[in-house]
Design a protein. Structure first.
Lengths: 429, 145
């Protein structure tokens, strides 16, 4: 039986999350900013209609925001993460195979083969998510994942389809592809687009009909796979077990520039703690740590960027071990007299916990077991009471100039008892 | 550190922690095994009692006294299930004029009303012109003394 894929994608996800507990914002323009309140990362339809571009720095749209009373939010990842899990759980209740592709998208394979039933089923799925979680989604259906992405785009943009669009068995498929710009095709980046445009390939339809040998030569086997997928030949299957991540990166821009080594240490320890938690959550260990610090390229006075990699004595997910390594890097990287704006830690050489090679001398080291128990307890406490309930020494300093600026963050409605949404039990106007 | 962990843990919606109370407790017996020991296999989990649909369940804090006659007081926490249908007679979280409000939903063939549980607050008629929708159905109230 031919497989049919569906891509379920939450509409303007972060903006929709902000609206769930603030219904007065329905129909009003809403935007959400990136970390440190820098750029626009989500827009409600009303904000899109005002012409606020995606990725634009806030200061560039300040006038539009003021003039049209746009509601501006800092990113609230505790809220988005919780609602994302709920959306994915609704899908899992309906479907055995769900590939969570990002915080707001998932691929599923649809069980029904008749187009009419498929659309009806998808509409039901969409209504279930809207009702149970309160988040609007769009669903694109097609015979390949690449085409499902395109179908989803159509479902989202064209109101007459009510959020569900089926490209599988659609005789108008070439007409649809002819309206999709090639840089909007899944997997086609900016540089590929330039190469394709030079050869007069502008739309998804042009790409579908492109010469395979040329594509293979220019865009490698990955590009050739995309072309096959556009032709309805499925090459990318559903990955419902997430693969081992290649690397884990935690990096942030500081709220304010940092000059002192002690403050930098605090930031590095905090980032390593988060990265360590990520490792343990996925039951993986890393054997390489890379630390970078930078003043950013635009510092008028003096710029400095550097990074260092350390290979760990043996793969680990223990925060204290990772901190020791990171601070060792920091000590050799730090130069006084600079205004540092960003630091980050990357963990690589990641393998599943059970697969790691035992070091002959550390076999059955009792300290390791204790360390594991400590880490489990730490994650449980921080998971329950909010990250930062228990922190490593340096990070608890009162003064954290490096911590993020998030001045417009909404409450953690669903993850903190002190910040629950409020319903009024009073007279109605 | 926050305190009062035992109570808060019960409310954990993700059910990642469970506060369980054994149905039987068995004292230390000298010599003979307790006849109840074989029966201590059932534990009580408050999540099981209060949350039928975890993905659709949210907690909402009450502000105001308009529902006090049904035991919903200012500051209480409501367990709200969005997957349930708001049939007449249910206590609901409704959106009225863009605001979350808790009231009893009463509907018959002729009319539709939001009714308070406090004589100081008159019922509100829902007409076609009212900006109204149901956000979720209240299934329990948590009142901490």
């Amino acid at each position: 039986m031919k497989k049919v894929f569906a891509l379920v994608d939450c509409n303007n996800f972060y903006a929709s999350c902000e609206r769930l507990f603030r219904p007065e914002l329905n129909g009003k323009p809403v935007i959400v900013l990136s970390n440190n309140d820098g750029c626009v990362v989500a827009r409600s339809n009303e904000a899109k209609a005002l012409g606020i571009p995606m990725g634009e720095p806030l200061f560039k749209v300040k006038d539009l925001v003021a003039r049209h009373k746009v509601h501006v939010f800092s990113s609230n990842y505790a809220l988005y993460g919780d609602l994302s899990h709920r959306v994915m759980d609704v899908l899992r209740q309906m479907e055995p195979d769900v590939e969570v592709y990002s915080i707001d998208e998932a691929f599923i394979s649809l069980p029904v083969t008749k187009e009419w039933d498929r659309v009806k089923y998808a509409a039901e799925l969409r209504e279930r998510i809207r009702r149970q979680v309160g988040i609007p989604v769009s669903i694109g259906i097609a015979t390949t994942k690449t085409l499902a992405k395109i179908a989803n785009r159509v479902a989202k943009k064209e109101a007459q389809f009510n959020g569900v669009f089926d490209l599988a068995g659609n005789s108008q498929i070439d007409q649809v592809l002819g309206k999709i710009e090639v840089n909007d095709v899944w997997g086609i980046g900016r540089r590929s687009t330039e190469k394709l445009n030079r050869r007069c390939i502008y739309t998804a339809l042009d790409l579908k009909r492109a010469d395979e040998t040329w594509i293979r030569k220019t865009l490698t086997v990955v590009g050739a796979r995309t072309v096959m997928e556009l032709n309805g030949i499925s090459c990318i299957s559903l990955e419902n077990a997430p693969p081992c991540p290649k690397s884990i990166i935690t990096s942030r821009s500081f709220g304010h520039p940092v000059t002192e080594l002690d403050n930098l240490k605090g930031a590095v320890i905090a980032y390593v703690s988060i990265a360590g938690e990520k490792l343990r959550k996925q039951s993986v260990v890393a054997d390489t740590l890379n630390l970078f610090i930078t003043t950013g390229p635009f510092d008028e006075q003096a710029s400095y960027s550097n990074n260092q990699t350390i290979t760990l004595h043996q793969p680990t997910s223990s925060t204290p071990e990772l901190i020791t390594a990171a601070l060792q890097c920091l000590k050799s990287l730090y130069r006084p007299g600079y205004r540092y704006r960003k630091a980050g830690v990357m963990l690589a050489g990641i393998v599943k916990q059970g697969y790691r090679q035992q070091d002959l001398f550390s076999f059955f080291l009792p300290a390791e077991k204790e360390d594991k128990q400590l880490m489990t307890a730490l994650d449980r406490i921080n998971g329950k009471w909010g990250r930062n309930t228990i922190q490593y020494g340096m990070t608890t300093a009162e003064n954290k100039p490096w911590s993020m600026q998030q001045t417009r963050k909404s409450p953690a409605y669903t993850t903190n008892w002190q910040e629950l949404p409020v319903a009024r039990a009073a007279g109605l106007s | 550190m926050k305190t009062d962990s035992s109570i808060n843990a019960i409310f954990e919606i993700e059910q990642k922690t469970k506060v369980v109370c054994p149905l039987f407790t068995c004292g230390v017996s000298a010599g003979f095994p307790s006849p109840a020991e074989d029966h201590i296999d059932q534990k009580l989990d408050l999540n099981e009692l209060l949350i039928q649909h975890p993905v659709a369940t949210f907690f909402v804090r009450v502000a105001g006294e308009s529902m006090k006659d049904v035991g919903i007081n200012h500051g209480d926490i409501l367990v709200v299930d969005r997957s349930l249908e708001a049939v007449s007679g249910k206590i609901v979280i409704a959106i009225v004029n863009g605001e979350l409000t808790v009231k009893r939903f009463i509907q018959d063939s002729a009319s539709c009303q939001l009714v308070a549980a406090n004589p100081d607050y008159p019922p509100v008629e829902i007409t076609e012109d009212t900006d109204f929708s149901v956000w979720g159905v209240v299934t329990s109230v948590i009142h901490q003394f």
